[in-house]
Design a protein around this ligand. Structure first.
Ligand code: DON
Length: 575
């Protein structure tokens, strides 16, 4: 059962209702003792990685905009205030549940340029060259964000995009105060990826060669200009007009592949979400070209065969069974998943209860199966490290989950000409060579090989859970390969382990991706538990935190949200 919150919490809720949105900020997650308490709101709520973006979204909702309107305004704001991942030079996915019970998915994933070739990321010796796929002009796929937001707005929005762009344009033009999170990321990744490109350097690095610091005001005049052109001329400004010229020129001068024709040909696509069930709940998530939804449902199906609740949340037994299930899913991912417009993805077979039962029967409760003994399953014939997530629920009952990205922090680090737009390095999500891991350690093969016009396989998993047709949970996360398991744990922690959304978010996370052969855990999993897991034959590594979930629980009494305390300056707030 989903837990809403405690009595104490309802008192807090009353106070928040009384004092409005600003009060909601008081219970954000900068304050250590608040991390186990969700934020409450009666009408609408936003949870995002950036407090400015959250406030922009809440304002749109208050003005009568719906959740899709807020999502578009938040997305454009993040492109300014969270340039690590917020973008218009990248792509992503939007999952929408309308107030009348329709669930749909907008795919605005980047596309490989028409001149892309299978071996483009190999060096002369035939080895995969990650520099090419991560930091060169070859690293970028054709961006999808502007087209995705336009499609979502056209079909499900109620306010013109030009209006929704206003806060982002103002923040880019007049500047915003650099927060802790951006200052930290500029200090680390900024120095690695932004220094080499003169256009990026001019924006993100001060003339003295040091990055912008916390408290500085960062102005992005070129980006303001590009956003204003989109406000005036719609997506045509980006895909056919001046912005397209800047991107194509940047590519032509520097050995990149994206042409004006590639930009003009880009299309965002509306797809049917992948869906499944878990113990009476309906799960909706992103279909291919994301692997996320399929494998979250596959893992949940396997886990339905075990009594996780009796084992206990984050107990050695529960972590063991979850890790074993994850291994099977990631082995299948490496073989079967790719862009559904190019390869036949066996969705029904992978998400069938029967297949899950068969996999569950191979899991031993006392002993880990070595990854070398696990291979992608034989399926029955079937029918034909920065990303950012935000969740929105409005007062009418619409819910939106968006995960979008440049891939790694600040993408390729390349700003296209005078556009002020950072370009993605999503091409690294293709399998550069069969069996060679990408930046997240994921391996793949034929189904995810580079091909002109194809979308690289993703793990991004914006997810909505319903019960009896009513939305109960909206969630998602960044985290590369760890997105799937992070979102899975939010679902399990709330609906299986009965945690409130803040507890569910804060709980230490675990992850197994088949290869490498290890359970990766966050600090907070006890040493006793780790020893028990090692006894069962697991290698356990304690590594940095995983994911940054932004979640909202919907109940008849109101909305309960939690931003992730793993990120700085993120905020769940409502009104
Ligand atoms: O689409 C994907 O799966 C990756 N490009 C996501 C990258 C990501 O989450 C990085 N963030 N930590």
């Amino acid at each position: 059962m989903l837990r809403k919150g405690s009595v104490r919490y309802l008192i807090l809720a009353f106070l928040l209702f009384w004092q409005g949105t600003l009060a909601a900020k008081v219970v954000s997650y900068g304050v250590e003792e608040d991390i186990f308490h969700p934020v409450y709101a009666k009408n609408g709520m936003v949870s995002s990685v950036n407090s400015t973006a959250t406030q922009v979204g809440v304002e749109v909702l208050k003005q009568g905009g719906n959740a899709v309107d807020a999502a578009v305004a938040i997305g454009y704001t993040l492109a300014v205030t969270h340039p690590q991942a917020g973008n218009i030079g990248g792509g992503g996915f939007m999952l929408i549940r309308t107030k009348d019970g329709k669930t749909t998915a907008i795919d605005f994933r980047e596309m490989a340029p028409s001149k892309a070739t299978r071996d483009m990321f190999l060096d002369e010796k035939g080895n995969a060259d990650s520099k090419k796929s991560l930091t060169s002009h070859l690293a970028s796929g054709v961006p999808g964000t502007v087209a995705g937001f336009a499609l979502a707005n056209e079909k499900y929005g109620s306010i013109p995009v030009a209006e929704l762009l206003k806060p982002a344009i103002k923040l880019a033009k007049e500047g915003f105060v650099v927060n802790d999170a951006l200052a930290d990321d500029l200090a680390v990744y900024g120095q690695e990826v932004l220094l080499d490109n003169p256009n990026s350097r001019a924006i993100f690095i001060k003339p003295d060669g040091t990055p912008w610091k916390k408290g500085d005001t960062l102005v992005q005049a070129d980006l303001a200009n590009s956003l204003s052109m989109i406000a005036a001329d719609g997506p045509a400004a980006f895909y056919q007009g001046k912005i397209a010229d800047e991107i194509a020129d940047e590519m032509a001068k520097n050995g990149g592949l994206i042409t004006k024709q590639d930009l003009a040909a880009y299309k965002a696509v509306e797809r049917t979400p992948v869906s499944g069930t878990y113990k009476g709940y309906e799960i909706y998530s992103m279909p291919a070209p994301s692997s996320g939804g399929i494998h979250i449902i596959q893992i949940l199906n396997i886990l339905e065969n075990f009594d996780l609740k009796a084992m206990g949340q984050n107990s050695a037994d529960a972590i063991h069974v979850m890790s074993e299930a994850m291994k099977y899913a990631y082995a299948d991912r490496s073989e079967y998943l790719g862009d559904p417009d190019f390869v036949k993805v066996p969705v029904s077979a992978l998400t069938s209860k029967k297949y899950a039962k068969q996999l569950a029967s191979q899991i031993h409760l006392d002993k880990a199966n070595p990854s070398s003994t696990i291979k992608p399953g034989k399926l029955e014939p079937y029918e034909s490290d920065q990303t950012t997530h935000y969740s929105v629920v409005d007062s009418q009952g619409n819910a939106v989950a968006v995960t979008y990205t440049l891939n790694t922090n600040f993408g390729s680090g390349i700003v296209a000409g005078k556009s002020g737009i950072l370009l993605n390095n999503q091409m690294d999500d293709f399998s550069a060579k069969p069996g060679v891991p990408n930046v997240y350690g994921l391996i793949g093969g034929e189904a995810n090989a580079v091909q002109a016009g194809k979308r690289p396989l993703s793990s991004m998993s914006p997810t909505i859970v319903t019960q009896d047709g009513k939305v109960v949970l909206v969630t998602g996360s960044p985290g590369g390969s760890r997105i799937i398991t992070t979102v899975l744990q939010i679902v399990l922690n709330t609906i299986e382990f009965n945690m409130n959304i803040a507890e569910a978010t804060n709980a230490p996370r675990i992850h197994h991706q088949w290869l490498p052969e290890e359970i990766r855990v966050e600090k907070g999993i006890s040493t006793d538990t780790i020893k028990l897991l090692e006894k069962k034959g697991h290698k356990v590594s304690v590594k940095p935190t995983m994911g940054s979930t932004q979640s909202i629980i919907v109940t008849p009494e109101g909305l309960f949200g939690a931003a992730d305390p793993r990120s700085k300056d993120d905020l769940a707030a409502g009104y």
